[in-house]
Ligand binder design. Structure first.
Ligand SMILES: [Zn+2]
Length: 101
């Protein structure tokens, strides 16, 4: 089978069209993922991972500690456990005292 120039051109344009649509679709997927991430963050931000109630944030010597308003769970951000572990015994007791009832 011999390809006429017009057929080759046609193939070329179909291919371009495919590439264009593929790019659009990939972009759409990327946006969907971003929207989903945004939705999940809005749903869960500053909510207790155990019981789902509001977290209360306190700042103790630059360490932000999130304490659940319901189940009393205490949550730390990245690096904060290390920061807490560097506190001396007296500082640690003061931190615990903040939460004593
Ligand atoms: Zn909780």
């Amino acid at each position: 089978m011999v390809w006429k120039p017009s057929e080759k051109e046609e193939e070329h344009f179909v291919r371009l069209e495919f590439e264009r649509k593929k790019k659009l679709e990939e972009e759409r997927h990327k946006n969907l993922a971003e929207e989903e991430r945004k939705r999940l963050k809005e749903l869960h931000y500053m909510k207790c991972p155990k019981c789902g109630m509001e977290l209360i944030e306190i700042d103790y010597r630059g360490i932000k500690v999130d304490k659940c308003s319901e189940c009393e769970g205490v949550w730390l951000d990245a690096g904060e456990l290390e920061a807490v572990s560097r506190l001396k015994k007296a500082g640690l007791n003061k931190l615990f005292n903040v939460f004593k009832r």
